[in-house]
Design a protein around this ligand. Structure first.
Ligand code: SAM
Length: 374
């Protein structure tokens, strides 16, 4: 039994090494380890994995064994040689062919978020995002910095979608939305490609020419959930022109009669008419002042009897948990102008905008739902 002091040191070491754990996961995904092992008819040794992925066998062996310790892989020893295969975790979330694949989000975390977090102390000092420091781009216009290239815009859009294959049903079923047949998804880029068809493009090819080729379709997770839960719903997706145009250029699902598109700036332009306005992960990007402005606009556009569904990761009442949401909130400092909020903080934004009957439902997952009526 170790002493409290030793236990504290273990915890400190675990925290200090947290970034290495992330990088093992990111590197194994980037190199294609999990896809290769999923496609292989039998478990593979490190030399075979290294040969097929074009890496050093020394580095690959160490990476694979570390993945075993992290339960991302399992190994068995046959005739003195370690053979590796995916675990249930990696088969479910890290293999491209899985409907719950999370690799787009991991790639965004590895290539964008990680670089911004390298400036966390400075972000806390300044109280502002770190795009200038991490990428040398001005960030006065938040989404101009986030969408600083077409490749980055596509990567962001695909990354955000991944979570809906896990959390989509929970947030859409948190309330009965059937009284709201006409839905406007405000800032809803990612709903767009949930309706797209699935096309397979090899991972490495995709990474190399994200800007040049059509995107592989995504899982269709939230659309499937939405249409299976509410088969009669019609959705107007409202997002900034460059996002809508990017989607029209890269996706082939415009024939779906349940979907229409409106380009515009939700801070300035008229919002489409709807029974329900969904704001999923929109308010967390912005200051209270900007949120109040946007919510007042949504309230004005909302039909009498209509509603608003806010989908966000909710902080505990005292703001000191859950840890994942606290980390997301710090991420908002590093990458946006906003923060994650408690239910009371969302109430304090929605009520002055004119919304009433504000109900908050925790789903037990990362994202929660708040429904309010005009
Ligand atoms: C964090 S993303 C959330 C996307 C999606 N709702 C989801 O949860 O997956 C924020 C969205 O707001 C959109 N957006 C940002 N500023 C906007 C503006 N001024 N007008 C319209 N849409 C905007 C972005 O393009 C993006 O789609």
């Amino acid at each position: 039994m170790s002493s409290p002091e030793e236990q504290a040191y273990c915890l400190l070491t675990e925290y200090a090494h947290g970034f290495m754990v992330s990088q093992v996961l990111f590197a194994a995904c980037e190199l294609g380890v999990f896809d290769l092992l999923a496609e292989a008819p039998e478990p593979l040794g490190a030399v075979a994995v290294a040969a097929r992925l074009g890496t050093s066998s020394h580095g690959m062996e160490l990476l694979l064994d570390t993945c075993v310790s992290l339960k991302l892989l399992q190994a068995e020893t046959r005739r003195g040689k370690a053979l590796y295969q995916n675990t249930e975790l990696s088969s479910t979330y890290l293999v491209r062919a899985s409907p719950k694949y999370q690799g787009n989000m991991l790639r965004y975390l590895a290539r964008t978020t990680y670089l911004c977090w390298g400036h966390l102390a400075q972000a806390v000092r300044d109280g502002r995002n770190q795009y200038p420091e991490a990428f040398g781009v001005p960030s006065d216009e938040l989404f101009t910095a986030i969408y600083r290239s077409e490749g980055e815009r596509l990567q962001f859009m695909r990354a955000l979608e991944d979570v809906w294959s896990i959390s989509g049903r929970h947030v859409l079923a948190a309330f009965d939305l059937s009284p709201f047949p006409l839905i406007c998804d405000v800032g809803g880029e990612c709903w767009l490609h949930r309706w797209s068809s699935k096309t397979h493009v090899p991972h490495t090819f995709l990474s190399a020419c994200l800007v040049l080729c059509p995107l592989p379709g995504c899982s269709g997770a939230l659309a499937k959930e939405c249409t299976s839960l509410y088969p009669g719903c019609q959705v107007t997706v409202f997002d900034i022109p460059e996002v809508i145009q990017t989607v029209k250029k890269h996706f082939s699902f415009l024939e779906d009669p349940r979907i229409s598109f409106r380009e515009g700036d939700f801070f300035k332009d008229p919002l489409p008419e709807a029974d329900l306005y969904i704001l999923a992960r929109v308010l967390h990007d912005w200051t209270d002042t900007r949120c109040s402005h946007l919510l007042a606009r949504v309230h004005r556009a909302c039909k009498p009897g209509g509603g608003i569904l806010v989908i966000e990761s909710l902080l505990d009442a005292d703001g000191r948990g859950p840890l994942t949401t606290q980390l997301y909130s710090l991420n908002m400092v590093v990458q946006t102008e906003g923060r994650e909020r408690t239910p009371a903080q969302y109430h304090a934004l929605l009520a002055p905008a004119g919304f009433q009957d504000i109900q908050c439902r925790r789903t037990g997952g990362i994202y929660d739902a708040i429904l309010a009526r005009r």
